[in-house]
Design a protein around this ligand. Structure first.
Ligand SMILES: [Zn+2]
Length: 78
């Protein structure tokens, strides 16, 4: 019965390290280094400005929220 030669310990450690790095990367949901996706911001993570009145993504219309009509006065005229 021919025994297959076991891979050298160095090789095993190298593979183990690579696997651990890959696992950590996958758990964090990151793309591998050198991959263009790593530099791109994750979709849907962009902070969207919301209306403080209705909580919907802010769409301005004539200085007011288009949804609820809340005045969006940064420089409030008194
Ligand atoms: Zn609103």
């Amino acid at each position: 019965m021919a025994r297959r030669a076991a891979p050298p310990m160095e090789e095993i450690l190298h593979r183990l390290r690579a696997m651990e790095e890959r696992l950590a990367r996958l758990e964090a949901g990151r793309a591998p280094p050198g991959d263009g996706r790593a530099a791109a911001p994750a979709p849907g993570k962009k902070p969207v400005k919301r209306c403080i009145g209705c909580g919907l993504p802010l769409r301005r219309r004539a200085g007011r929220c288009a949804e609820c009509g809340l005045p969006l006065s940064r420089s409030r005229r008194s």
